[in-house]
Structure formats: structure tokens, C-alpha cells
Ligand binder design. Sequence first.
Ligand code: ADP
Ligand code: MG
Length: 622
Amino acid sequence: MASGTSRDVLGKGLRVLGRAIREQPRIFAVAVSGSVLFGLLVIASAYVVGAVVGEVVVPAVERGEAAGGALALAASALFGISVLRVVGIFGRRLGAGYMQYRLQAAYRRRVTRRYLDLPLAWHHRNSTGTLLSNANSDVEAAWYPIAPLPFAVGTLVMLVGAVASLFVTDWALALVGLAVFPALFALNVVYSRRMAPRQARAQRLRAEVSGIAHESFDGALVVKTMGRESQETARFAARAGDLRDALISVGRLRGVFDPMLETLPSLGTLAVLVVGAVRLQQGAITVTELVSVAFLFTVLAFPVRAIGWVLAELPRSVAGWERVSRVLDATGEMPYGDATLDPARREPATLGFTDVHFGYEPAEAHRPGTEVLGEVTFTVPAGKTVALVGPTGAGKSTIASLAVRLVDPDRGRVTLDGVDVRELTAASLAATVALVAQVPFVFDDTVRANITLDRAGVGDDEVWAALRLAEADGFVAALPDGLDTMVGERGTSLSGGQRQRLTLARALAGRPRLLVLDDATSAVDPRVEAAILAGLRAPGDGGASILVVAYRRATIALADEVIYVEQGRVVARGTHPELLATVPGYADLVTAYEQAEQEREQNRTYDEVTPVPSGLEMEVDR
Ligand SMILES: Nc1ncnc2c1ncn2[C@@H]1O[C@H](COP(=O)(O)OP(=O)(O)O)[C@@H](O)[C@H]1O
Ligand SMILES: [Mg+2]
């Protein structure tokens, strides 16, 4: 995080404030008007107090009589000023609050919107913890100084007014003001400069602490099963300790500067009284004027702090803003083309991979040996089923992501019906391909909503048709409320196989012309899995070409062609019997998987319990 020099921070911070004002100009005007009203009334109240003392109290004391009437008049004047001041404070606070929270909400929306626009490759490089803190604490930090900003602006106006009124009163007293106010201002600047690096560090550590916590929760299963609790706890404790140290150093600095900032105006008042007494004796000023100015110094001390608050929050604001704008300005958004595939054509599509190379790190940081896929070339002809087989980590899921354009190749082409997928519109792509991912995701909603996803043209008939194809109609019909049954976290919980079939039905409901199944039926009974695939392959309206990542012999045997991948390369291709006979690695893999499944099947039956991945299926997925 480049917090840069403190001069840098001041410049950047002022630019962030400028952006806030440009985005909410009217509310800002309301808040500043309230604040200026308040400031002018503060000055006015000092002069009223001075007048009361000089014109009413002192003469009355000298004459030894009570001045009830005049005092009552003065009291009501002060009361009137106070009421107006309340109006000013109200306007300022309301405006500042509105402005701050509106900006926060607006930027939260922008950041999360952006997350959805950025391609999967970007998400792979940014942890969930970072994303959460960008949308939460970084957005908040960026707009922290907005709360005291109108107060500070009003205070600046007030200081100018105060110095002007001092000059009108007496040049000697004005000189005291000219010494004290700039000193107060300078002290505030020094304070915020010393604060800058400390605040930036604390903000960064906050994000790191929440990042570590999130990782540990995310990986709770791995942490527990690998017995890494104590290491994780230690890692968290170390960062939490760093954060504590950073916050304590912030507190120390506050401890030094806050009292100085309190004391300086009192010293100013003292100086006014000393200089004022001399000037009074010289007959240069009246008692009224002396009291007014002394009072002015005491009431000014507090508002001047507002400038310090803004300056002190600037570093944190700049740090937060830089992290937020890193998201907002992130490149790598997927540009879509404007080619479309004939939407009326419902025949299966042809998928082509031509010499595809891919690595997960950004292309500019490409080092040799980090390629996940290389020279991948194959075709899924229209209406055919191609099985993708290979050991864990071979790149099967990556190929699936490329096929539906979640990521783009570094080199080479992925085509649908001969058109490069990068040239297609987002809508055309979405209407043509569907991916059923390795890990099924079910929304906390009804079965119907989970399948339609609010897509046009997906009515109940289509939903049931999709459920039938996914062999899911039986269990959905048996649910208490049928299609209206709530599923997911707070609804009826489904077994792993049921979840997989529901997500498959979701993909089928869009009637894709190319279906990509990434090990999408692994928790379904093998016989049912084979039946699903056989049903999908049946010719007829709405048929699709299929690219299926599979392990089971019965499933693979249904494919027209098998592509065997190892370490990101296509090692062999052919029919299942051909590969069994000629590729030793392939035969080993299929046999090993079969054995692992047989062992597993002795321990449980499919779909009665939520399956825990075991054996070869146990993949740590990202
Ligand atoms: N998000 C990611 N960031 C970095 N590397 C990844 C990511 N996802 C997968 N990989 C790596 O890419 C390779 C292929 O992964 P994957 O396509 O998931 O294989 P498979 O699906 O065949 O198990 C593996 O070495 C894996 O570690
Ligand atoms: Mg995979």
C-alpha cells in the first residue's frame, strides 16, 4: 500500500474529499451552511457576552444597583442565538450524516457490482477476506472524514471572521489571534502527519486480520482434519498482536497531541487577558471589547479541532480509497464481442479448442512452467458426447471454465460453431452454453426459483421437463411443497446427489446447445448417472453436445470419444476400449477409481446421506 509521503497523503486526501463533494454537492451545501451559521453565531455570542458584561454588569456594579431588565434582555438575546445555533448544528449533522452514509452505500454497491463484472481469473487472485474488507471497512474508511468535513469548512470561515473582527476591535489583540490560530492549525497538521503512517498501517492490518480469519473459517474442514488448529491460531494471534501494537501507537500519539491541542487556546486566552489589560489601561479598548475577545478565544478552541479531525482521518481515508479504487479500476473485465449465434437454431453446437494455453497468474507475470494448460486441441462435434478424463489437478476444471468462457486462454482459441467465444455477446454465450460445476450451489430459495433463475421462457412445464432429464422429478415431487419447497441453508436440506441433480436441471432449463458437466454427477448413484447421460444424449428437440468430466467406467463408456489429460496436456484420445488397451495411465486411473468406489459403496448407499468426498473424489477445490 503506497501511503507515500505525508504531503502526498494531504494532496490525495483532499482529492478524495473533492470527489465526495462533487458527488453530493447539494447535501454538502446544506451541511456547510449549517456549519457557517453556527460559526458566525459563535462569534456573535462572544460579542453579546462582552456587551452584557461591559455595558450592563460593570456599570451596574459600579453604581451598586441591580440591572434586572437589561440582564433579561441580554439573556433572551443569548437564548435566541443558542436556538439558531441549534438549527445550525442540526443542519450540519444531518447533512454530514446523510452525505457520509449515502457515499458509503453508493460505493458498496459499486464495489460489489464490480465484483460481479470482473472475470473469474481476477477472483482467483483475490481472497474472499480482501473482497469483504474492500466492500466494508475500506469503503467506510474512505468516507470517514466526511463526517467532520462540513464542521471543518465552517470553522475555516469562522476563523476568518474571528480574525477580521479582532482587527476591527484592536490590532494588538488581532496579533495575538494571528499567533495562536496558525499555531493551532500547524499543530493539527503536524499531528495528522505523524498519524498518517500509523493509521495506514492499522488499516492494512485490519484487512489482514479479517483475511486470515476468513481463510481459517473457509478452510475449517482442512484445518481440522489436518490438525492445524494451533498453527492457524498462532498465525491469527501474531497478526492480531501487530494490529494491537499499531493501535496502541496511534493512542500514544493521541495522548501527546490531544492535551497540547487543548492547552494552546487557553494560553491564547491568557495572552489576550495580559495584552488586553495593558491596552485597557492605555484606553485603546473598552471592557466590552476585552471580554468579547477573551470569550471568543475560549469558544473557538473546540471548533478548531474539527480541522484536526479531518486531517487525522485523511491517511486512513486515502488508504481505504486506494484499496477501493483498485477494485473499481481493476482491468481484466471481460470484454464481449457483438457476434451472435442464430438464436432460432436449437441444434447442438460444435465446441473447438485450438492450441489453447492457459495459466492462472496474470499474463504479464507469466513465468515458464506456470502454465496450467498447454497445446490443448480437441473438438466436441455437434450432438456428440466427449468425456474428459484425467487425474486430479490435470486441468479438467480449467478446460471446463474455458469452454464456457469463465476465463480466456493466454494463447489459442476456443470456438463455438467456429466463432471465437470472445467475439460473442454475453447473452448469446449464456443462451448457448451451460456449465454444471463440480461443487453444486443451491440458493436459499424455492426449487422453482433455483431452476428458473428468473429466466424468461422457463415456466413450470420447462422446469418439470428439466427435472425429468436430470432424473430429479421423483424426489422433487415427493418434497412437502413440490416446486415451492424452500431448499438451501434455511430450507429442506438435500443430499449431495439431489443437489447435483437440481443444479443439472437448472442448466438444462436454459436449453443449452453445449452442456459442460464438471464431474457434476459424482454423488449420484452410478446407474442413475448413466441414465441421465443416456437421456441427455437421446436425439430430439433440445439435444446438446456434451463435454463431461467423468471417472466412472459406465459413464465414460457412453461417450463417443474420450480425451485423456495429464498435467495440462492432452495425452491420448480415442474410444474408451482403445484407451484402456493402449494407455497404461488411463487404465490405472479408471480401475483405481472403480476400486475406491466399491469400497465406498460397501459403507453407504448413495443419496441417503450427504456424501463426504473420499478417495479419488477428494479434491481441494478453489
Ligand atoms: N484459481 C487457481 N489459481 C491457481 N492455480 C489453480 C487455480 N485453480 C486450479 N489451479 C491449478 O491448476 C491446475 C489444474 O486445476 P484443475 O483444472 O482444477 O484440475 P482438475 O479439475 O483436473 O482437478 C492444478 O495444478 C491447480 O492447482
Ligand atoms: Mg476439477
